[in-house]
Design a protein around this ligand. Sequence first.
Ligand SMILES: [Zn+2]
Length: 201
Amino acid sequence: MLRILSSRTPAFSSSLRQGMLVRSLCASAAQQKPTGESSIQMRDSIELVYEPKVDGQAAHAAEDLNATQVIGRIDLTQNIVDKADRFSIQISETTHIKGSALQECVYLNHSCAPTCKVHFHNDTLDFVTLQPIKKGEALTFNYVTSEWDMATPFDCTCGAPGCVGHVAGFKHLKPKQQAALYRDGLLSPFVANKYDTQQQK
Ligand SMILES: [Zn+2]
């Protein structure tokens, strides 16, 4: 099964060819290993696979995963920037987690029918599986669940029923698509609150 067709990774691929990025990300995960469960889960759950369709690395399940399993946990108390880019994740109107802080999770590509979601807590951001995932299956999440108005929109060709086509942020979805993501509880607190506010106007 191949559902990832739009990726954060093309811009990384030149670095990858130089052999820099994966090593630095893995080193950074390894350095953090004594501090907690999350980096252990992350290393065990995610493997990076070359994805020809996007000419870059993609995160795949390194083992069979259960539904609602945390595959990566990111510290929100640091690595915050005020400018979005292709790899960042939005946390408020003016703040974003920078891509380098996402470690292996930066390789979760976009899908309109994703296998994972992002779940925000006060100080952490978790990447959580939405369903049981078999070893080798792609780990993906829907970028518009956290991005209101994306700095780097792209055309999605994931082919999923209901694929939104042009991925430019939650703001640009059709009302029906927005309502479905809201109803399913997939939105970040920032996007959910902003949507709520707009609906009340
Ligand atoms: Zn799509």
